[in-house]
Design a protein around this ligand. Sequence first.
Ligand code: ZN
Ligand code: ZN
Length: 356
Amino acid sequence: MSALTRVREKMREQNLPAMLVSNVDNAGWMTGFSGSSANVVVTPDDALFITDSRYTIQANEEVKGVPVTSFASPVQMTDFVAQQLKMMGVSKIAFEANTTTYEQFENLKGKLNGIELMPAPDIFTDLRLVKSPEEIEKIRAACQLADKCFEHVLRLIQPGVSEWDISLDIEFFFRRNMAEIGFSPIVASGQRSALPHGRASEKILEAGGFVTLDFGAKLDGYCSDMTRTMVLAPLSDRHKHIYDCVLESQLAALAIMKPGVAAHDVDAAARDTLAKYDLAQYFGHGLGHGLGRNVHDGGRLGTNSKTILAPGQVWTVEPGVYIAGFGGVRIEDDVVVTETGIEILTHSTKELLVLP
Ligand code: ZN
Ligand code: ZN
C-alpha cells in the first residue's frame, strides 16, 4: 500500500476532510522528495505537491504519485498554498498541530480567507513507525555501512589518540562512502563515558577505561544508529562486570521482541535485568527509539510507551549504565520486527574488546 493511501486511510479514521502536510520530513516520507521545502495537500481523491522554484526540477524527478507544482519569488508558500486550495475547491483543511508553529498558523490563517482550518492529531508517527520493504532495505544498507565504519575505526582506539580524531575518522568514512553522518558521533572515553550523549572532545584516550562510540550513517535518506563500548587495557573486574550486565540486559530485551509484545515490556526486560545487579538506577533513559528517515523517528521503547510491536517497525535497542566519576557502557543495535520475531541489522561484535 502506498504511503499516500495509508495517509488517506488515517484521515478517514480521524474524520479529516483534507490535510495540509507542511512538515518536510512527513512530506518527504509520503512522496520520496529529499529537498527542504515542501507542502502537500491531500484530499480523499486529490493531492498536490507544492515546492518553490529551487526544487522544481528535483521534485519532478523524485516525487511519485502526486502532481507537482511550484512557485517563484516574490510569491510566498502560504500565499501559493491558499491559492491552490481555492482552485482545488477545498473549504476545510486540517493542519499538523504538533509541528506547525504558532507563527506559521497565524500566517496561514491570515491568507486562507474563507477556508476553515482545523488541527489534525499526529497521524504520521504511527504511519512512519511501520516501514515499507524498500525503507527496510535502505536502513539495512545504512546499518551495513555503520558496521564497516566500526571495523575501520577500531585501529584508532588506543591511548594517545583524541576523541575528536576518532570522530573525524568516522565522519570521513561515511562521507567517502557517499553517505552523510546521521548525527555528530559520540566518542566518550574514561570518565566521560558516563555522559550518555558525550560528543567527541579534545580529550586524549588513556589506558584503563571505557571508550563509547555511538554513530550512524544517513544513506539514501535513511539512518543507522549503533553504539559499541570498548575497554582500553588493562581490564578491571568492575569494568568487565558492568559490561557483562549491560550486554545481558540488551540480550534479554532482544529475546522477547516479536509482534504483539508491548514496547514498555521490552524496556522492562532490559531494566529488570540491570535491577538484578543493582544497576537499574544508572539507566536513566528509555531503551530505544524508532529509526528511519530521522535518527529519532517516531516511537519509543520506554516505560510509558503505548506502542505494540508489529512487523516492519525498526527500533534501536540500547540499554546503558552510567556511573559518574567512573564511566559508562551502552550497547546499541538496530532491529526490524519480522512476522515471528526480529532481525538484527547491525552485526558488529558485542564481545568485550580490550584494546589495543
Ligand atoms: Zn545511538
Ligand atoms: Zn539511538
